[in-house]
Design a protein around this ligand. Sequence first.
Ligand SMILES: NC(=O)c1ccc[n+]([C@@H]2O[C@H](COP(=O)([O-])OP(=O)(O)OC[C@H]3O[C@@H](n4cnc5c(N)ncnc54)[C@H](O)[C@@H]3O)[C@@H](O)[C@H]2O)c1
Ligand SMILES: O=c1ccn([C@@H]2O[C@H](COP(=O)(O)OP(=O)(O)O[C@H]3O[C@H](CO)[C@H](O)[C@H](O)[C@H]3O)[C@@H](O)[C@H]2O)c(=O)[nH]1
Length: 340
Amino acid sequence: MLVPIQRDRRSAVLVTGGAGYIGSHAVLALLDAGHDVVVIDNLSSGFRWAVHPDATFYQGDVADSALLGRIFKEHRIAAVLHFAGSLIVSESVGNPLKYYHNNSETSRLLLSAMIDGGVRNIVFSSTAAVYGDGQHGLVEETSPTQPINPYGMSKLLTEAMIRDTARAHGMDYCILRYFNVAGADPDLRSGQSTIGATHLIKVAVEAALGRRSHVAVFGSDFPTRDGTGIRDYIHVSDLADAHVLALDHLLNHDGAALTLNCGYGTGYSVSEVLDSVDRVSGIRVPRRMEPRRSGDPASLVASNARIREALGWLPRHDCLDAIVQHALAWEQAMEARKVG
Ligand SMILES: NC(=O)c1ccc[n+]([C@@H]2O[C@H](COP(=O)([O-])OP(=O)(O)OC[C@H]3O[C@@H](n4cnc5c(N)ncnc54)[C@H](O)[C@@H]3O)[C@@H](O)[C@H]2O)c1
Ligand SMILES: O=c1ccn([C@@H]2O[C@H](COP(=O)(O)OP(=O)(O)O[C@H]3O[C@H](CO)[C@H](O)[C@H](O)[C@H]3O)[C@@H](O)[C@H]2O)c(=O)[nH]1
């Protein structure tokens, strides 16, 4: 049954990491849906220009409890959408403490500041990396969580903190486990601008535009149909929509406690993704076979039955070529604007 949205017009939403790739798209979707938006970002990997001017911006760290306290006093924050964090799987293997600090410890401080500030709703950016390796077929939310890298473990710890804190302090939460996020806003209001990006589709479209000499294929001996790693690539705008739905759900359901996969349920291998980039760009991107990257599972593909059922989420851009097309268009637009 559809529940009418009773949004408190005076309240706002705090987006941590709103100057980053996914956060900046969520800000656009929230503004499009009529929410007031406040952003906190330390600009460690995000960009001030990526934050829509209609959002109020604070430059600072989520671990700065005094700053969070000030924000909670200056605005009526109804909910926090927590994107800020570190997210490179291979980096987390070499520097795990960075991840346990910036993902786990910083989230603990955020939860503590939320309790102090009386903010009782949180949407959290978790990841498919909490599931680990050895997954067969579609991964359900009830599948075992056995991360094989510190990044996944740092997010799993945060999930546990959120559930325990919610129980103890009467908070409501929606944990969104994203699979592989890619693409750009179809109107090119934002896109992935990360410097020195490591994500496959971003790297491949940079190579198609001649900014990289080739794409390294990390591992061709995985137990997959063509030996390369399989992932479920979700368009960033569909993911942003999921956040607006999650927020509305929290604002309308007391006691909400959701953990939801965000993916399409279709997996593509690295070779298939590169074929798509070749097809869409019209350029044969040079590929070089290299050994596996540490911490990489063979395959991660989402079951999305739960998010469809719980939030009524309906993807609008469920097509690999469309995702690649938008990613490529954003790269070209950045080149033209000379940003990033
Ligand atoms: N990109 C993906 O495929 C993917 C997949 C699963 C989960 N996620 C999660 O989504 C979230 C956003 O990822 P993204 O791809 O947009 O990355 P991003 O690096 O573009 O965005 C992260 C933003 O957070 C900011 N930030 C980092 N630490 C901060 C801190 N301590 N205080 C304040 N600001 C801080 C950065 O400056 C940046 O703007 C992350 O939590 C990530 O783990 C991403
Ligand atoms: O230059 C590259 C980059 C990636 N890959 C391969 O492409 C696939 C996807 O790799 P990405 O680096 O694009 O993404 P990850 O799967 O490593 O991780 C991403 O998705 C995860 C969820 O599945 C996490 O949430 C994480 O934050 C996010 O970076 C993997 O098989 C990887 O080995 C290559 O072969 N060459």
